[in-house]
Each structure stands twice: as structure tokens, then as C-alpha cells.
Design a protein around this ligand. Structure first.
Ligand SMILES: [Zn+2]
Length: 414
């Protein structure tokens, strides 16, 4: 994760890239779900530009999302440039590894495009996930609100006993079919995907394990999993961080994947039913004094400061550069008329996913989080009002309104 004190030492299980190319509707639409933590700024552009060129489409039509596992890369080419300048090359990520991953994904994508299968039907289904997700928000016995239920807080009796709180309990599955044959299933659930992390063992964690279990159920159906908007949702209530929890959480997610599949409603899909929409989203940069360029440069250059602070400063500078050059985020919706996919940036809180579903009424709306990740946490206005804060927040406290407005515009369009 770049800033974790322990670098990768072993590979518990490999990180994978899964996705699809949907062609025949204007230019191709590509979805790519990576078992990485976050992709930001120039690195996000590199991935999208390279895939768009190879698929013959526009970068905005590449829906790139990280699943957000924490024993996995965080990439930001601008941040790594800043680190290179102060002798910290390779500190955030390995550029050559990143470039090689892009090449390998493009090769796989081209192979899949050469063996494309006609899609005649779209399926959509949903099911509740039991005993996985819980809100980070906790109200102490004295009435104080905090957001301290992290991924493996379940060892703490109070955090274990406290209600799940405000989550979206539904796993949503969208599937593509060739008549009676299912081709691919795309699953989304809103929770941080970690059972335990930070000791240097690379892993796709319980969400990767659930996906692999589902692949074994029927080897003919491609399985893609994405994380929903889950900045404020973790497995904390149910997970004490012991290794035994990883397969248990995976089993619970896998059970919901099967249930959502069994609940699938199939509809004939025609090109006229599919539309792609994109609203450019500009979020304000964190205006706290320590996020000024001067202060960030000081931190970056100060060899006496902890490595973590200097890496975070480089990431901040890269995002500040982006803000100053006026590059918006693509807030994207793929609308299949009977179901929708919405790609949101960074660690958008689950409230945005709930809003997207509300704005879509009865049309099942799958929100995907962790698209362009420079913003870090994007709290809702309520969470800002309740003083949510964290050093993984790059947006100003006025960021909720522009995201909400952009979502309304995106989902009101027909
Ligand atoms: Zn996170």
C-alpha cells in the first residue's frame, strides 16, 4: 500500500485483473477491476489511455476500478515523480511492474476481443450479504460519534456488539448472456475488502477468494467482482483480524453471489437500451494549512520526517497539480435501461451509493467505488458534519455538494 511500514515479502495469493469489453454500442465500453489498492492521477490516466487506444475507444469509456485490498499497490505517477526528486525512487510503487501489468492486461483484452461472444440478454439480481459489512461510525455510550470501527475491530467487545449501522446490505449482480448461456457475472458489494493486512503478504483477500470460489462453481462463466462505495464500511463488527476469518468472510460473500445469481431476472438486450453518460466532476482540494504547496514541499524534502509522511506529501502534491491544471474526474454511468452501473471516485461513502440507487428508483443501480482515487475519503455531508477526519482525505470539507450535484445530473439524464 505504499505507506505501510512493511513492504511486500510473500505472495499469499496472486492479484488479478478481471473485466470485459462491450462493443457494438458506439465505441467500446471497457470495465477493468484490479486487485489493487488504489490508482491515482497520472497512473490512472496511463491505464485508461493505454486500454482506450488498444480497444479503439475513449479513455472515459474505460471503467477502471481497484478493489482496494491493502496488501496491494497504490500507484500515482506524479507522486512517484516527486519521490524520485528526493531520492525515494520505487517508494510508492514499481513503475516497471505497473507498465508490465498494463501490457499484460492489454494482451488479455485483445485476446478476448478476438473471441467476442454476442450478448443477447442482460441479467440482474441481488441478495443480502450476511455478517460481513458494518459501518465505521460508532456512537459511544457517552453519545460521542466516531468513525473508528476499522476492518479488524471485531476483537473489541463494544465494537463487535454495536449494530451494523448504516450499510447497503445488498450484493448486486449484473450478467451478460448469449441466449441461454451465461457469459459473465459482475458482482458489487459495499465493504472494505480486508480481513487482515499490513504484514507484507500480498493477497486479493476475502473478496478475491469469494470470486475464485464462484469461478469453480461454473468454469464457463467469467466472474468479476468490484467493491461498492465503502469508504465508511468495513468488516469490523464481524472480523477480529485473525487469519481464520479470511475464508469465513469469503464464504459469506460467495453465498450471497450464488443467491443473487438465483434471483437473476433476464431481459432481452438491444443496443437501443444501452447508453453511456459522463459528467465531469471537480472536487475541491483539502484546504487545511498542512495541504498548502509550501507545507507539503517542506514535508517531502525533510529527510528527518517519517517515510509515510513524505509519501503522503508526494501524493498530495500530485493531486494538487491535477487540481491546478483543472483536470476533472469522469463520473460515469452505463445505463442498460433495466439496470445501471455507476463508477464513483475514491473512497466515496456508502451514502453516495444509496443516493445513486434512490435517484434511479426501481432500476437496479450498481455503484462501483475506487475509480479515480486521488480524493481518498469522500465523506457525505452528514459525516463531515459529524467531524469525520483522516489523513487519507484529500478533498475539502465542501466536497459533498459537488459530488451529489454531479450524481443527480448523471442519473437524471435519459
Ligand atoms: Zn480504504
Amino acid at each position: 500500500m505504499g505507506i505501510l511500514p512493511t513492504k511486500s515479502l510473500t505472495v499469499d495469493d496472486p492479484l488479478e485483473a478481471h473485466g470485459f469489453v462491450l462493443s457494438g454500442v458506439d465505441k467500446p465500453i471497457v470495465l477493468l477491476a484490479l486487485d489493487w489498492c488504489e490508482i491515482r492521477n497520472g497512473a490512472y490516466d496511463e491505464w485508461r489511455d493505454a486500454l482506450a487506444k488498444a480497444a479503439g475507444t475513449d479513455p472515459a469509456r474505460i471503467l477502471l476500478s481497484s478493489l482496494h485490498q491493502h496488501d496491494a499497490p497504490v500507484t500515482d505517477s506524479g507522486a512517484q515523480d516527486y519521490l524520485d526528486q528526493v531520492g525515494m525512487s520505487g517508494e510508492l510503487y514499481d513503475r516497471e511492474f505497473n507498465a508490465d501489468c498494463i501490457r499484460r492486461v492489454i494482451a488479455a483484452m485483445k485476446t478476448s476481443m478476438a473471441t467476442a461472444i454476442p450478448v443477447t440478454h442482460l441479467g440482474h439480481g441481488q441478495a443480502k450479504v450476511l455478517h460481513v459489512a458494518s459501518s465505521r461510525k460508532i456512537i459511544s455510550p457517552d453519545g460521542r460519534v466516531s468513525f473508528n470501527r476499522y476492518s479488524s475491530s471485531g476483537g473489541d467487545k463494544f465494537l463487535q456488539d454495536t449494530d451494523e449501522g448504516d450499510i447497503d446490505p445488498l450484493l448486486r449482480t449484473i450478467s451478460f448472456w448469449n441466449n441461454d448461456d451465461p457469459i459473465l457475472a459482475l458482482h458489487s458489494y459495499a465493504t472494505h475488502p480486508m480481513s487482515h493486512y499490513g504484514k507484507g503478504a500480498v493477497s486479493a483477500d476475502f473478496v478475491g477468494r469469494a470470486r475464485r470460489l464462484r469461478e469453480q462453481d461454473d468454469k464457463h462463466i467469467a466472474q468479476v467482482y468490484v467493491s461498492g462505495c465503502s469508504g465508511d464500511v468495513t468488516a469490523g463488527k464481524y472480523n477480529d483480524g485473525t487469519p481464520a476469518m479470511r475464508p469465513l468472510l469469503a464464504d459469506r460473500l460467495h453465498t450471497a453471489m450464488k443467491a443473487a445469481w438465483e434471483a437473476t431476472v433476464k431481459t432481452p438486450l438491444t443496443p437501443a437500451m444501452i447508453s453511456f453518460r459522463n459528467v465531469p466532476l471537480t472536487l475541491p482540494f483539502n484546504d487545511d494549512p498542512e495541504f498548502s504547496r509550501e507545507s507539503l514541499m517542506q514535508t517531502l524534502q525533510d529527510a528527518a520526517r517519517p517515510e509515510r509522511d513524505r509519501i503522503l506529501a508526494a501524493m498530495s502534491l500530485s493531486s494538487l497539480d491535477r487540481i491546478e491544471r483543472g483536470q476533472p474526474i469522469d463520473l460515469v454511468c452505463v445505463d442498460f435501461s433495466v439496470a445501471r452501473i455507476v463508477l464513483m471516485p475514491g473512497e466515496s461513502f456508502v451514502g453516495y451509493q444509496q443516493l445513486a440507487q434512490k435517484l434511479s428508483g426501481d432500476v437496479m443501480t450498481m455503484s462501483i467505488g475506487y475509480g479515480e482515487c486521488w480524493p481518498g475519503y469522500i465523506p457525505t455531508q452528514l459525516a463531515f458534519d459529524e467531524n469525520f477526519d483522516h489523513d487519507w482525505r484529500w478533498v475539502a470539507k465542501s466536497a459533498a455538494a459537488p459530488l451529489e450535484t454531479a450524481l443527480r445530473e448523471l442519473l437524471a439524464k435519459k
